[in-house]
Design a protein. Structure first.
Length: 464
């Protein structure tokens, strides 16, 4: 990057908002994704107004410098690694709730807002914003919109794209557009809101978000069901859904994960169990919630659950959920490298996918812990390995290839919620074919002809 560009950035933002020292830049050279190359940006900027963002984008566009927009950097697909160097643009100063509008059941927020803060703010109106990734207390709204995050409530309430009603976006040429709005119905033109949701920062910079809120469910019942056989747990998941009960949460942890979580947080999980399910049903009519809970309990028993622990208080419920939320941090302690995947299958295929994962672990002699949002078919097989062990890493890469291959053959997708980023770009044709990927590339080239917005993501680096 030329000295002139750097000078102009300082002119736009002031020296204190332009980082160029190595010890500062290094923090932006990687994200939460394992087994990815890190790359130093040339400069990190922290704007606090939309006008500054417009000026930065116009400057970058004129000089063909790439921009990687960054929230909290918790994504799991290598989405914020600045592969071409260039500018990392941190959105953390855009952290305001612009408006909560209970009459329209919407909120308007800035993209650097941490998700949990939105929920804390709307709770006083008896409302919730349902998307609930494990990182709800750290991830930003902009990052979660751009990855289309899911989380622990996806089964019943859907994922981020189901709650995004409108966006303001600074386009790669510095022009600003608004998409969607507060109306419940909106079918005018192409659905640009959906296009930018899940675009992983490759099409523009989101500067404002209008979200849909829903009434908070009044009642909930939660439990932990313990199984001595992974297949029985898999069948329980399929049976709950086919019996037309849609729990808010239906999560699985296998034996490797259970043992690791217990070792990490000593919360009394049954370490001999082959699988546990974390299940919560909720709703606004107590009688219906209780009836559904009884159905779930009966299905667990029919499928041979060894025991069930029912949460009798919010504290007990929170302890069960804390165990599930600890899964990834706990697994990440075991070995130096944690390769976490996001393959997702139709929910009726969960038992097949669980079986296939067990087979893949044996075939490649790898330790794989599997947990995830099983109710919506979104499993997180997590390979515990060591990046410095080249022989093992070769087997890891073959295992990952096979995981995606199986998922696609079962009618699934490469990503249920973590996005493609750098991590999965090489598999895109497996899911969409050359023509499908070609259509997406045409959209990217039309909106960002110089490929300055988060290059090297979604599409293979050499593809554009
Ligand atoms: C322990 C752990 C648990 C997790 N659990 C879940 C889970 O349950 N469900 C789930 O879905 N994910 C989960 N994740 C992944 C991650 O938390 C989500 O992807 C999260 O939403 C990313 O938010 P962020 O603010 O960290 O975004 P970042 O990582 O900073 O960015 C993510 C992407 O968004 C782009 N971006 C950021 N802000 C903007 C903007 N304003 N405009 C345009 N593009 C932008 C970036 O360029 C990048 O491509 C987990 C991660 C960890 C480490």
């Amino acid at each position: 990057m030329s000295k002139n560009v750097l000078g102009e950035l300082i002119g736009i933002l002031g020296k204190e908002n332009v980082l160029t020292e190595k010890e500062d830049l290094i923090n932006y050279s990687y994200d939460a994704t394992a087994d990815m190359p890190s790359r130093m940006p040339e400069v990190v900027v922290t704007p606090s107004t939309k006008e500054q963002i417009i000026d930065i984008v116009k400057l970058a566009s004129k000089n063909k410098v790439s921009i990687v927009t960054r929230g909290s950097g918790t994504n799991l697909s290598g989405g914020t690694i600045p592969v071409n160097g260039g500018i990392v643009l941190s959105m953390l100063r855009f952290d305001k709730i612009v408006e909560v509008d209970p009459a329209n059941l919407t909120a308007t927020v800035q993209p650097g807002l941490v998700i949990q803060r939105l929920n804390e703010s709307v709770a006083e109106h008896g409302l919730i914003y349902p998307p609930d990734p494990g990182t709800v207390a750290t991830a930003t709204m902009g990052g979660s919109v751009s990855e289309c995050s899911g989380g622990l409530r996806g089964l019943k309430y859907g994922v981020t794209k189901d709650y995004i009603m409108g966006l303001e976006v600074v386009m790669p040429d510095g022009e600003v557009i608004r998409t969607g709005g507060k109306t419940v119905k909106n079918v005018s033109g192409y659905d640009l809101t959906k296009l930018f949701t899940g675009a992983e920062g490759t099409l523009g910079i989101i500067t404002e978000i209008i979200v849909k809120l829903i009434p908070a469910p009044k009642y909930r019942r939660s439990m932990l069901a313990v199984f001595d056989d992974l297949d029985k747990a898999g069948k329980t998941i399929a049976d709950i859904i086919s019996n037309k009960v849609i729990p808010a949460t239906l999560e699985i942890m296998d034996n490797v994960t259970i043992r690791t979580v217990e070792n990490y947080s000593r919360i009394g999980l049954p370490v001999d169990a082959e699988a546990v399910l974390v299940i919560e049903v909720d709703g606004s009519i107590e009688e219906v919630v209780l009836r559904e809970f009884e159905t779930v309990k009966a299905i667990c028993a029919e499928n041979g659950a060894v025991s069930t622990k029912i949460a009798e208080s919010d504290t007990e419920r929170d302890a069960i959920f804390a165990a599930r939320r600890a899964a990834l941090p706990a697994l990440a302690q075991v070995k130096p490298t944690t390769v976490l995947e996001d393959a997702t299958v139709p929910r009726s295929k969960i038992p097949d996918m669980l079986k296939a994962l067990k087979g893949i672990a044996e075939k490649y002699n790898l330790q794989i812990g599997t947990f995830g949002h099983a109710g919506d078919g979104n499993l997180h097989p997590t390979i515990l390995t060591d990046e410095s062990n080249t022989d093992e890493m070769e087997r890891v890469h073959k295992a990952v290839d096979e995981i995606f291959d199986v998922a696609i053959k079962l009618g699934g997708t490469l990503s249920g919620e973590h996005g493609i980023g750098m991590a999965k770009s090489k598999y895109m044709e497996l899911e969409f074919g050359k023509t499908g990927v070609g259509v997406m590339m045409k959209i990217k080239e039309a909106l960002d002809p110089d490929n300055i917005m988060n290059p090297g993501k979604i599409f293979r680096r050499d593809a554009l």
